[in-house]
Design a protein around this ligand. Structure first.
Ligand code: NAD
Length: 369
């Protein structure tokens, strides 16, 4: 479905005013004066995608044909044949095409404002820091890095370089998830229970997602992070402690990483969540309940086709191009210097929870986050 800016704004109302932008946004005086890394006001931001795998090819590059605040200006790839294909398909000039060896020369390229890191998880830290050193703003895919320590190093590097850092949380700008974030503020005072599950069956046993050194872990890092996010923003608090249990049926395929995990989180207000992730048995839902009301999403974490209902009836919310809205929103934050709820600090919070889940999985105890 086409990205319908007007429909999205109308539905979401005031909270989404950020998205109602002129095609060519102005860069505010305030930021120029603060000597932050700036972009010219008379152009859209040029984005270079690093790592032309499934997500960059199937989602991000097509979404960049729909964006208003940014466009695909460059690529970084280790495969010359891919470079040739992308160059022709997206009309990318030769001097905006880099490989992993000459990547740092991107510092001299004025038509690239943002580096979007879409590499295996273990490479997020390195390429975020190298991009920051090159003076580029960074969009980095989730999970932000392999550990909270790495996340902090990335945050520090971007601060030092005066560039912005955003994590690819595409659901923060998605209407159904915006509604989940509002559930509690709609007058909820009782205990909230959240059930969040995201899992799919993984095929190729040789892919990087099953190698601990490249992925950092299994479905917890890749999919469980969505369930953590949903519980955190539905409840509106940070979890205090977790318990966790893992299950394995295919010991060969999952020799390095976990196969399936259930975990429970306790929140300061007494709220609780129960979550599930797996690379074996699929699941994809978000349920929020109290003694008075409930809210339910199906296909909750999919790129499209999210549907929802509540105790008052079906949700009638638009389907959007999640990646286009995400990248336009991040770009707008760069233009006007506004805060983002998908910052590096947000990515760090998730890694701290994930680390606690892994500790709890091993110890069998309640682990503090
Ligand atoms: P992928 O395997 O399809 O692509 C990875 C890319 O990295 C490939 O182009 C590959 O050539 C390149 N690469 C460079 N060095 C590599 C190495 N040493 N080993 C393997 N590949 C190497 O993966 P993907 O599905 O595109 O995922 C990339 C990142 O994007 C991951 O961090 C993933 O979590 C994230 N992602 C996010 C979403 C989302 O909805 N936000 C969806 C999918 C993937």
């Amino acid at each position: 479905m086409k990205y319908s800016r007007r429909k999205f704004i109308t539905t979401l109302g005031k909270g989404s005013a950020l998205l109602m932008l002129p095609a060519v946004p102005k860069f505010p005086e305030k930021l120029l004066n603060e000597n932050k890394k700036s972009v010219k006001s008379d152009k859209r931001l040029g984005i270079a995608l690093v790592g032309l795998g499934n997500y960059a090819t199937g989602q991000l590059a097509p979404a960049l044909q729909e964006t208003s605040n940014c466009y695909l200006s460059g690529i970084v790839t280790g495969t010359p044949a891919k470079a040739e294909r992308w160059k022709r398909q997206y009309n990318i000039p030769d001097n905006n095409i880099y490989n992993y060896e000459n990547f740092d020369k991107i510092a001299d390229n004025k038509s690239i404002d943002v580096v979007y890191v879409v590499l295996p998880n273990s490479m997020h830290r390195e390429y975020t820091i190298r991009a920051a050193k090159a003076g580029k703003h960074v969009f980095c895919e989730k999970p932000m890095a392999l550990s909270s320590k790495e996340c902090q190093e990335m945050i520090d590097a971007c601060k030092k370089a005066g560039v912005r850092l955003f994590i690819g949380y595409r659901l923060h700008t998605e209407p159904h998830h915006k509604a989940a974030m509002k559930f509690r503020s709609d007058g909820e005072s009782g205990i909230i229970y959240v059930q969040s599950e995201f899992a799919f069956k993984i095929g190729d046993p040789n892919q990087w997602r099953l190698k601990k050194a490249l992925a950092g872990g299994g479905p917890m890092m890749d999919l469980g992070i969505y369930a953590i996010q949903a519980a955190r923003y539905s409840i509106g608090e940070e979890p205090l402690s977790v318990t966790a249990q893992q299950y394995k049926t295919d010991y060969q395929k999952f020799s390095e990483v976990e196969e399936s995990v259930t975990w429970q989180m306790k929140f300061p207000g007494g709220h609780v969540s129960n979550s599930y992730t797996s690379y074996m048995t699929p699941a994809n839902c978000l349920y929020i309940g109290t003694d008075r009301r409930w809210f339910n999403l199906k296909n909750a974490y999919s790129y499209r086709g999210i549907t929802g209902s509540t105790n008052s009836g079906e949700l009638d919310l638009p389907q959007i191009n999640q990646q286009a809205v995400q990248m336009d929103t991040f770009s707008q934050c760069i233009f006007d210097g506004s805060e983002s709820d998908a910052s590096g600090e947000e990515g760090l919070k998730d890694l701290k929870v994930i680390e606690a889940v892994y500790r709890a999985m091993e110890s069998g105890n309640i682990e503090k986050v």
